[in-house]
Design a protein around this ligand. Sequence first.
Ligand SMILES: *Cc1c(COP(=O)(O)O)cnc(C)c1O
Length: 398
Amino acid sequence: MPKLNENYQNLKESYLFSEIAHRVGAYTAAHPDKEVIRLGIGDVTLPLGSMAIRGLHSGVDAMADPGTFKGYGPEQGYLFLRNAISGYYARNGVCVDPEDIFISDGAKSDTGNISELFDADNIILIPDPVYPVYVDSNLMSGKTITYMSGNAENQFLPMPDRHIHADIIYLCSPNNPTGAVYNKSQLKEWVDYALENEAVILFDSAYEAFICDPGLPRSIYAVEGAKKCAVEFCSLSKTAGFTGTRCGYTVVPRELKFKCSDGRELSLHAMWNRRQSTKFNGTSYIIQKGAKAVFSPEGMAQCQENIRYYQENARLIADTLARKNIPFFGGIHSPYIWFECPDGMESWQFFDYLLGHAQIVGTPGAGFGQNGRCYFRLTAFGSHENTKKAMERFEALF
Ligand SMILES: *Cc1c(COP(=O)(O)O)cnc(C)c1O
């Protein structure tokens, strides 16, 4: 009989989206005449831009010709894409060597898999609330997590506590679900803290393309010294609408070296390379051709156009909340708007209230951690028409 990894029993039931579907299903069955508007989706809705489609087609065509056919590619990704991503960083004022970039099928895999490189005996800081993958992937391998409180007082941007030592720090900026973004001096505090503690920062910047203030950092490498202490995860999912197409990238700088128990230095870059070469056979050539086209000037312009569409929805939601004097976070450099549930309601209670009284579906904050218990997330990934209609209903309700 196999002895099972019983750490899986420490995982909380992942019932957030199934419970939402269940409650919405029950509501629509009871009220078939009511039109329900979904503003809970954490997924893009606009189709890929024509440049990405053209890139994907060129990849498919290459597969049909014996002269250009591709079998297994490099596990780290094709250099043509790693170079294109390095160029994208450079246009945002950050220098990242293509050799330090690993192409993957998305940031969820990489943020989940990275914990394999670390021993269970580490002090691991994870913000609460946050994207649940960091918590669950660490629990699966029997690790202990120390939560950092994100709350209205710190604008949902936990800062380092100099009295506490940490070894591994997860940060997500712009944050899912709160939409909060660290500024450069705040990130510098984190980098300084990590360097002092010889800690590593695992920085998820999946929403960097939503940042519209050029003064805000879109990469942790905008901070000096970060290459000695930070890994960065990025994805084309929200940038280019690749949630179903699947492509991400992770930067593991060769400067990242840590002493192991026998005193020798180990390179995280070499370890990640070994991990990926052993367990991953690379992202599809076709997808990488599509991704490369995304980083062309026209490809980027098309992505920006879609992002602007979502940002307009976010503004509509934010303006409505502001008019109703409901304090909120996010909504500017992020597709997410995060606010405290009115009248002291808990998030599932407010979910039912909003569904029952305005037929709007959002996401209860409780799904993102203890600190989300009385908060709610709306997203900008709906259509203009539906977002506008939903906000008219919201306005009438409060
Ligand atoms: C959507 C999202 C990702 C991207 O995941 P993919 O696997 O690349 O689709 C990563 N991190 C956060 C916080 C996200 O919300």
